[in-house]
Design a protein around this ligand. Structure first.
Ligand SMILES: [Zn+2]
Ligand SMILES: [Zn+2]
Ligand SMILES: [Zn+2]
Ligand SMILES: [Zn+2]
Ligand SMILES: [Zn+2]
Length: 341
């Protein structure tokens, strides 16, 4: 396997199928050893999120390593080996292949494995497919990764000891490479303030649909084992500036305590991002804002009531005080008169 310079062992065995195109430095130059022994094919391993169906290129991560979907779900890189699969779907449009058909009835594309490298793994059926295929030729799934996960950075995980490098994520709507850093070991995630803001906004847009579907969604989506309540309170260093982060109950009411660097961003332990986003989707942020607004209104009402009571008291008191004054004068008068006698 790793020390074999021969063509890939997974050469197709089915008769009648064209052989895949030879690699550039392959049989054409028989005397030349393979370039600096890259031991294994590096696959573009696509992983699909079970909750929102987004796909990610997790080829940089090892099997078993975990990362977050943009919806907050925690995904794991599967260990399954890529499968060779016959062409039963159109790689250009996903349409099924009629028996013996050479070209797709819908888009006229040929039913053959495309040109170029075939180092992509279908996120649904784990078939080995062409890097430029738009659909899997085995299961017909659309191939549309959202971004690449797992590029190692020089930043360290604030949670793991010994320190472990965080990997960065390229996501389309993030301004910088620092927008999202992840630890493949503890599955913690670091988000820049802007990235978290856009994820929050996305979750808020989903509020209506989800809260209609399940009006009383549980507020804390953090599984009991995943909460860091058991561990003693520890302040962790910001992976970017190394200053200790502050711990904050997200939105003051979610019950999910996250680590925040005011300058750089926020750190979420494995299930916390999912918990925070689920809480927002369940209308938590709206409720928390409504609660604050209601508290403000109640304070105003109390202040107004107190002011009114004070005024009423003054109004009530004035004749009373007047009467008491008169009584005092009368007593003074009587006593004075008595003394005069
Ligand atoms: Zn997802
Ligand atoms: Zn087609
Ligand atoms: Zn497939
Ligand atoms: Zn970690
Ligand atoms: Zn910082």
């Amino acid at each position: 396997m790793s020390d074999s310079p021969a063509p890939p062992a997974d050469r197709p065995k089915r008769p009648g199928r064209p052989a895949p195109p030879a690699p550039p430095e392959g049989p054409g130059r028989p005397g030349r050893p393979q370039k600096a022994a890259k031991p294994q094919t590096k696959y573009r391993r696509l992983v699909r999120c079970g909750s929102c169906c987004k796909q990610f290129d997790a080829g940089e991560l090892a099997p078993g390593e975990r990362f977050h979907c943009l919806c907050g779900a925690l995904l794991e890189v599967p260990a399954s080996a890529p499968q060779e699969a016959p062409v039963v779907r159109c790689a250009a449009c996903g349409a099924p292949r009629a028996a013996g058909a050479v070209n797709c009835t819908f888009c006229a594309a040929p039913f053959a494995l495309g040109e170029g490298a075939r180092n992509t793994i279908c996120p649904v059926c784990a078939s080995r497919i062409g890097d430029r295929q738009r659909f899997c030729h085995a299961c017909g799934s659309e191939i549309a990764p959202e971004g690449v996960v797992g590029e190692r950075t020089e930043f360290s995980c604030p949670s793991c000891r010994p320190a472990r490098p965080l990997s960065s994520r390229r996501i389309p709507d993030a301004a910088t490479a620092l927008a999202m850093l992840e630890c493949g070991s503890c599955a913690g995630i670091w988000l820049g303030h802007t990235t978290f803001e856009s994820l929050q906004q996305r979750a808020r847009r989903e509020v209506v649909a989800e809260s209609l579907a399940r009006p009383q969604a549980p507020v804390s989506a953090v599984p009991p084992g995943a909460a860091r309540t058991a561990a003693p309170v520890a302040y962790r260093p910001c992976p970017v500036c190394q200053k200790l982060m502050i711990r904050r109950n997200f939105a003051g009411a979610s019950g999910i305590v996250i680590d925040v660097c005011g300058t750089d961003g926020l750190w979420f332990d494995a299930a916390e991002l999912d918990g925070v986003l689920a809480w927002i989707r369940a209308g938590g942020l709206g409720r928390s804002e409504a609660r604050l607004a209601e508290e403000r209104r109640e304070a105003e009402r109390r202040a107004a009531r107190a002011k009114k009571e004070l005024q009423d008291l003054e109004v009530e008191q004035s004749p009373e005080r007047h009467w008491l004054d008169m009584l005092g004068s009368l007593v003074d008068f009587v006593l004075g008169a008595g003394r005069l006698r």
